[in-house]
Design a protein. Sequence first.
Length: 315
Amino acid sequence: MPFDQRHLLGIETLRPDEITSVLDLAEDYVALNRQSDKHADALTGLTQINMFFENSTRTQASFELAGKRLGADVMNMSVAASSVKKGETLIDTAMTLNAMHPDLLVVRHPHSGAVDLLAQKVNCAVLNAGDGRHEHPTQALLDALTIRRAKGRLHRLNIAICGDIAHSRVARSNLLLLGKMENRLRLIGPPTLMPSGISDFGVEVYDNMRDGLADVDVVMMLRLQKERMDGGFIPSEREYFHRYGLDADKLSHAKPDAIVMHPGPMNRGVEIDGTLADDINRSVIQDQVEMGVAVRMAAMDLLARNLRAHRAGAA
Ligand code: NCD
């Protein structure tokens, strides 16, 4: 199982065979998680600290469950974003935690690049649980596993990522991963929510759902990231839903067996129709949550193997 990373900071630095290693190992953990006895011992004796400087429901919960199922001692530090000053404070916090000898540090932070910076200061494996609008690698990996299971493959698929691309680390990590695996990618959304220069990245860009969704296998919706907007990006939520919100009518332009994804949390009636989101014949949103635990178990398992090998070599 090739996986040569010390940290999991982003998809950008992963090779396709490393991505496949995480997904293949995650398959074992999907099976384990469906049993009554969900314990394995990949992280026994290790300490995992989850440091979330931004709100999170499923990412934090799934990292915590993943660590506990693999036998780690898991500690959660929820740091309210407002009480944290930038730069020095983050490093101070990291150095304090480092002195407690954690082995795995899971970090979410509102500033792009903050997690990379932190990884340079500590001597444990760092996992990026989302940094600003930069990357969210475990989300892209769990999305990839969900697609691979639903479609039977992870290449040569037509995949549309729709909505607030500009503010989304989920979109960025998914573009990188799905591009590395040789899929055909489209972005759909209003021009105000498209990052500038995006068409240089080898993706097709559409500003209407009808054309953009024609013949796609996968429709990935994104949350409108209002907390990262300073106003003026969309006319109104009602108008936004009318033009860009996914409903059965817009979905009818995609392939008949196209799957619907959303990383959560959803704004029902804004970017996605609530009934469609709950339609288990089309929506794989709950599968994404299930895959999230398994993928995080696999990622931490692989990093822990490298950490142990590194320490054995250094001793
Ligand atoms: C995403 C995130 O935090 O980047 N959520 C998640 O991790 N499931 C997407 C979002 O917040 O919209």
